[in-house]
Design a protein around this ligand. Structure first.
Ligand code: AMP
Ligand code: MG
Length: 404
């Protein structure tokens, strides 16, 4: 059995970024990985502008209270005043409007007294006050991205602000998904004796939606060696990754593993982790194979801890687990040394720091353990029982918001 660290190391050795890129509109580039860094095509802001509604002044470096300026024009956003200011002149400006040449500083409108055609400054104003200098957000040719980050709404907005229309990104990862089990029915179907509903395919498809993935849903398969083999072989030339759930343990109906041994190389299939022990990783020519355990909680946890970071590597990103924190445990957790464990937990941001507790019964068939769960509590393999007051590590679940 491999430890989490050994499994991670093995995976990182096996995986490399896929070949191929495409140019797409930035609006479609959320979560995609740019090919190399993206440079700013212009200075941002593109011109020297006002940070406030007020008056652009041309005067000495320190403008004393009581100084008077003659207002000679107005600059509105999109409608600049095109003449340079002379000493003692002012121009009415608004937030974001271009300021005229020779502007020393902008005084905000609340800090002036004005009569017909002039203003008197009420507070001291210093050189460059309330001015947004050209290129202070980013300079032309400086990198907007470093090339190893998935594009976020924030970065993509920045690209838009620089006038970038399209971006060259790593192509999508092609992933085929199916689950196995004679007992599985789709939601909406009626359950026969001993049947259960297939939830794993839903988990996988929805978790994969957050990734730059083109998904082929191969449905659910019976526990049938030939059917499983034929299905996998049918997509091998098409996909980078096959993900299955179920049938990777050691029972008579666990046929996925033997199929992988038959048509490819099984790299490992057992990790010292709870839940998620039977987790098969193989190679089928150029296609990676992940056989996730059938228990619904195990499927989700092995996906988050191993499959998702693997997809990141295929997409050109570093290996990334969910965000890791430390928190004070507020409840006893029973654990026997041997396997590492991920317990579903609920972390709150208390005045004294983060506090976490498990979400009740942790059996690996209980999707209910995810209810009110926002993190996975890490219990290292060597640990016995954990006690209230201990500091534990946890992974924040992707998509979780404030810790209330
Ligand atoms: P297996 O790994 O095939 O031995 O399955 C382990 C447990 O997970 C069994 O109780 C299965 O019925 C259950 N299981 C397997 N596949 C699914 C699935 N797609 N959705 C929900 N439960 C499943
Ligand atoms: Mg099964």
């Amino acid at each position: 059995m491999l430890s989490i660290e050994q499994a991670t190391r093995t995976l990182r050795k096996l995986l490399k970024r896929v070949e191929g890129t495409e140019s797409i509109p930035i609006e479609e580039a959320l979560s995609r990985v740019p090919q190399g860094s993206i440079s700013a095509p212009i200075d941002l802001p593109p011109f020297r502008s006002s940070a406030m509604d007020g008056y652009a002044l041309c005067g000495p470096p320190e403008i004393e209270p009581g100084s008077r300026f003659r207002v000679c024009g107005e600059s509105r956003a999109g409608h600049p005043y095109l003449f340079p200011l002379g000493m003692g002149q002012a121009c009415r400006v608004f937030t974001g409007s271009a300021i005229p040449e020779n502007t020393t500083a902008v005084v905000i409108q609340e800090e002036v007294k004005h009569d017909k055609s002039s203003i008197v400054v009420l507070q001291e104003v210093n050189t460059n006050d309330n001015i947004r200098e050209q290129g202070t957000d980013i300079r032309k040719d400086q990198p907007l991205t470093l090339g190893y980050e998935a594009l976020s709404p924030y970065t993509l907005s920045w690209l838009a602000a620089c006038g970038i229309e399209k971006v060259e990104v790593v192509r999508k990862i092609k992933v085929a998904v199916f689950c196995t089990g004679d007992e599985l029915r789709d939601p909406g179907e009626s359950l026969g004796e001993g049947d259960i509903y297939d939830s794993n395919r839903m988990s996988l498809k929805l978790l994969l939606r957050r990734k730059p993935v083109e998904l082929i849903d191969l449905g659910k398969l019976a526990d049938d060696y030939d059917q499983i083999k034929t299905k996998i072989k049918s997509v091998l030339d098409e996909v980078d990754l096959v993900i299955t759930s179920g049938g990777v343990s050691v029972g008579d109906a666990d046929l996925v593993r033997p199929v992988i041994e038959d048509i490819g190389t099984l790299e490992f299939w057992n990790i010292a982790v709870k839940p998620g022990k039977p987790f098969a990783v193989g190679r089928l020519n150029d296609t990676m194979f992940f056989g996730l355990p059938g228990n619904p909680v195990s499927t989700i946890i092995t996906f988050l801890m191993f499959v998702e970071p693997s997809i990141d590597i295929l997409s050109g990103l570093p290996w990334q687990t969910p965000a890791r924190f430390r928190a004070k445990l507020v409840e006893h957790i029973s654990h026997r040394a041997g396997r590492a464990e991920f317990q579903r937990g609920y972390v709150v941001n208390d005045i004294q720091g983060l506090k976490v507790q498990p979400t009740g019964d942790q059996s690996s068939h209980r999707l209910g353990s995810f209810s009110r769960c926002n993190c996975l509590i890490v219990i290292p393999a060597h640990r016995d029982n954990l006690h209230p007051g201990e500091i534990v590590e946890l992974y924040l679940l992707p998509g979780c918001r404030n810790l209330v």
